[in-house]
Design a protein. Structure first.
Lengths: 392, 234
């Protein structure tokens, strides 16, 4: 209950299959009760992959609440999986009041995927808790250069690039050491690489690093290496920069927007270009002062700013005009020749179920929670566990 | 944030496409200008197809159709009266399945699952036919013939095509003419069916392909997952 934040846990088995029919409406009763009990005005959902988010937003719209959606992910247009996901997103966003994206690239992607007008999509980046990620009190020595990698070791994070880049960098610079934090299916490949090039004493593999342990790992290094193949924003880079590390990253997705050019060295996702970028980073390392870097990060990013900007989005959402169910249905119908009709049907059934619930348990019968003595109400319903704490 | 206060400053600094530094003075977070979607590339890898080229390529398919039709003809002549209509139809049907996958010309080095299925299906069809035959000699003859044709025909046509495309065309067209005339002698309805199938494969399908190319809509941009430019050797 810190700062008026409440968390409801929905007694629901973990979703494995998405969009199985019962779960489309399964949440409606409990959502309705929560929304009425807490006198909610805006429902804010996160993450395009969350069924909970999609369902919650859909029901909230059915009940006439204002809805805000935040997208954190990038998605292509090529394969069957993304076509399916994009349709689901189009359905949810067809009627959303306002949307938030974490970077401009993410905004372009979301607008293309969902057909939202770009004026409805706000770009509000994530931030970093600079007080948690401070540089080491004692500057690490320069006799040895330590390159830190912290990521899940999976294909999308570019572990295969690391396998190519690390031996080459070690060959070119006898005083460079790597620390790799994280675990995943590609860990075996890194270990194989280490064996093959006999780099056991120069590449340290830590395995999974809990978030609280990330800072100690970061501050033991000079350069942070990010090899992602796709990234909407990349908080890891912010955390590294806040700890005073110089970042070397692939130029993918929203990464180029994240830091000013003099705080990051970008490279194409290609081993030779990345080795080149690491060499460049090593050469400019003497001019980097971790404390100066940290202070700059403090000015560039903070969560209070994010909260303020989110509040503006909420104000915009509240100003949106109310629409009748028919108007909303026509908007769904325009989503596509077949999909539009399916969407309409789903919405109509949802609407009928809601009316049924109104009869069965009228809104007046649901007890509203008494006001706890906070100076303000928390507008936002936070249902997911993995989201940031935005307090108003 | 101090830059929220800078809202009224007259010399508006240029908007930049960056995420750092808080809200940009003078611009809302939903600011959209001409730089929006400038990194988008549409239909970058779409190949413009030529109608004639597609039609010529589709000749290979009708070539295999004809080979299958010829084999069925041989079977029918061999069997003569020993076979009743129903089993003939059944075998034809099972062959049609095999025939649809029998073409595996390019994949000599690395046989795919479909080419294995097609060879198996053709062998099964031959065994069905062979079960109706009166003598052991007949059985061996028809099995040998079927295996030879189904195993080696793709290889032969592949080699012809590699040797000279013109030869391949002549070979295919004469094969089609031959098959059609034989089928015409056997059965009128089958002739019409085969003819319409060949027309469909050689003319309608290529036209269709060219037509639906117009609807191709491919979007690429900075949000795409980067492709690795080297092979991953596990």
């Amino acid at each position: 209950m810190t700062g008026g934040l409440k968390v409801y846990y929905v007694p629901w088995r973990p979703f494995i299959m998405q969009n199985t029919f019962p779960t489309i409406y399964g949440l409606l009763p409990i959502m309705r009760t929560i929304l009425i009990r807490e006198r909610i005005t805006i429902v804010h959902g996160h993450q395009a992959f969350s069924t909970l988010c999609h369902e919650a937003l859909m029901h909230a719209r059915t009940m006439g609440y204002k809805v805000v959606f935040t997208d954190h992910s990038l998605y292509g247009f090529a394969d069957a999986g993304s076509i399916h996901m994009n349709k689901v997103l189009q359905f949810t966003l067809a009627d959303v009041s306002q949307a938030i994206c974490v970077s401009h690239t993410s905004k372009e992607n979301t607008v293309l995927r969902s057909g939202l007008p770009p004026q409805k999509v706000f770009v509000i980046p994530n931030a970093v808790d600079t007080s948690m990620f401070k540089p080491a009190v004692e500057r690490p020595s320069r006799s040895e250069i330590v390159i830190v990698v912290i990521s899940r070791l999976v294909y999308r994070k570019g572990t295969d690039l690391l396998v190519e880049v690390i031996p080459e960098v070690c060959r070119l610079n006898p005083n460079v050491r790597f620390i790799i934090g994280g675990d995943g299916p590609k860990r075996v490949r890194l270990e194989e690489m280490r064996e093959k090039h006999s780099l056991q004493d120069r590449v340290e593999m830590l395995g999974a690093v809990p978030h609280a342990q990330v800072r100690p790992v970061l501050v033991s290094g000079h350069i942070f290496l990010n090899s992602s193949l796709t990234e909407a924003f990349c908080i890891a880079i912010l955390e590294a920069a806040s700890c005073g590390l110089l970042t070397v990253s692939t130029r993918v997705g929203g990464v180029p927007e994240v830091l000013p050019d003099d705080m990051i060295v970008l490279a194409e996702p290609d081993p030779s270009d990345m080795v080149h970028a690491v060499q460049k980073a090593i050469s400019i390392l003497p001019s980097i002062d971790p404390q100066v870097m940290h202070n700059r990060m403090k000015e560039l990013y903070n969560w209070q700013d994010v909260a303020k900007r989110t509040e503006i989005v909420y104000d915009h959402a509240l100003k949106c005009s109310n629409q009748s169910t028919l108007e909303r249905l026509s908007r769904y119908l325009s989503c596509g020749p077949w999909a539009g009709k399916v969407f309409c049907f789903v919405m109509m059934v949802g609407f009928l179920l809601w009316q049924l619930l109104e009869l069965w348990q009228p809104a007046d019968d649901i007890e509203e929670v008494p006001d706890v003595s906070f100076s303000h109400n928390c507008d936002e319903e936070m249902l997911q566990k993995n989201q940031w704490n935005e307090e108003e | 944030m101090e830059n929220l206060a800078g809202n009224s400053s007259p010399p508006r600094s240029r908007w930049r496409k960056v995420a750092y530094g808080g809200m940009q003075p003078g611009y809302d977070d939903n600011h959209t200008d001409e730089s929006f979607l400038e990194g988008m590339v549409m239909n970058a890898s779409v190949v413009k197809r030529d109608m004639l080229k597609v039609m010529l390529d589709s000749v290979s398919i009708s070539e295999y159709l004809c080979i299958v039709a010829l084999v069925v003809l041989v079977w029918t002549y061999t069997l003569g009266s020993t076979l009743d209509e129903n089993s003939l139809l059944f075998i034809d049907a099972s062959l049609l399945v095999s025939e649809s996958t029998v073409k595996a010309p390019g994949v000599m080095k690395n046989p795919a699952l479909t080419s294995c299925i097609s060879v198996n299906a053709s062998v099964v069809a031959s065994v069905f036919i062979a079960s109706r035959l009166p003598s052991r000699l007949h059985v061996f003859a028809i099995m040998l013939f079927s295996l030879q044709v189904f195993l080696f025909a793709p290889l032969v046509t592949y080699c012809i095509k590699k040797y000279s495309f013109r030869l391949h065309l002549c070979f295919s067209i004469s094969l089609m003419a031959m098959t059609l005339s034989f089928v015409y002698m056997l059965h009128r309805l089958l002739f019409v069916l085969l003819l319409s199938l060949l027309v469909f494969v050689n003319i309608v399908c290529p036209y269709w392909l060219i037509k639906i190319q117009e609807y191709k809509f491919e979007i690429n941009g900075p949000w795409d997952e980067a492709k690795l430019c080297f092979d991953i050797t596990d």
